[in-house]
Ligand binder design. Structure first.
Ligand code: IPE
Ligand code: IPE
Ligand code: MG
Length: 255
């Protein structure tokens, strides 16, 4: 074990505050492959191992919910061959991994506009969700054909239909009622949003849910993201002061 490994492990051995809900923008697969003179899709395949490690690490640290950005509503604009590989990979991973997730008591969910996927993939997603629905362990949500703007628009539409049917009045719409219609509504608030791959943007991920999340950006490319890198993010989270609009003094006095 390297010196940093030991340092990170030691840090976590103390009373570290663990985020209840972590989301990750898994970016950098293509560059990881290109740096090795390989095709971009090789990076996507290698990224699957990082997904496995991240799930295991989140479970180990008792994180309650892990949400991973796998495919954005904008990623359809990539070359068709790359989109095809990503879809095949998604199906392959579903077939291979969901049983293992189930054995570990993990509840598996997919968020996003699933209507754009093939009916075969939609069926596989539904079966995987049903298989793990009663599990009481960590909730793993995969964001696929997901966009933060889509999520908010969809929630607004659900409420608009309720108004149309005269089930509620427009004045009854509140932050809480809109929140209820967004993805991940039944989970703990998003505490920590990680982005790998060196860019400093949200790329239309959890716009509504990230309102007060701590943001952590790392240059590490997704296939290189491992337990140590995840631990660094959690350590950083522990050191942040979350003020939620209050002053530093107010927050300190509450402790
Ligand atoms: C993230 O890696 C995975 C997906 C968006 C599906 P990228 O494919 O975006 O990798 P880079 O950013 O081009 O290196
Ligand atoms: C964000 O990465 C989407 C996923 C990780 C699934 P992108 O690589 O698509 O983001 P941009 O295009 O660089 O903003
Ligand atoms: Mg990218």
């Amino acid at each position: 074990m390297s010196k940093t490994d030991n340092q990170v492990k030691q840090l976590l051995a103390e009373d570290v505050k663990i985020p209840q809900h972590v989301a990750i923008i898994m970016d950098g697969n293509g560059r990881w492959a290109q740096l090795r003179g390989k095709k971009r899709v090789v990076g996507h395949k290698s990224g699957v191992e990082s997904v496995r490690t991240s799930v295991a690490t989140a479970v180990k640290y008792n994180v309650k919910a892990l949400t991973l950005f796998a495919f954005s509503s904008e990623n359809w604009q990539r070359p068709q061959t790359e989109v095809n590989v990503l879809m095949d990979l998604f199906m392959f991973v579903l077939t291979r991994e969901v049983k293992r997730l189930h054995k570990n008591g993990i509840k598996f969910k997919v968020i996003g506009d699933l209507s754009k996927f093939s009916s075969k993939l939609q069926k596989m997603i539904k079966a995987s969700e049903e298989l793990t629905a009663e599990n009481s362990g960590m909730v793993l949500s995969i964001a696929a054909n997901y966009g933060g703007r889509w999520d908010i628009t969809h929630a607004a539409k659900v409420l608009a239909k309720k108004v149309e049917r005269q089930e509620i009045s427009a004045d009854e719409i509140t932050e809480a009622s809109l929140n209820e219609q967004t993805s991940l509504a039944n989970l703990p608030e998003l505490d920590l949003l990680i982005r790998t791959g060196g860019d400093y943007r949200i790329s239309n991920f959890l716009l509504w849910q990230a309102a007060y999340a701590e943001l952590y950006f790392t240059d590490v490319l997704w296939p290189d993201f491992n337990e140590i890198e995840f631990t660094k993010a959690i350590t950083m989270f522990d050191q942040r002061e979350r003020r939620f609009g209050q002053t530093g003094e107010q927050v300190t006095n509450k402790k």
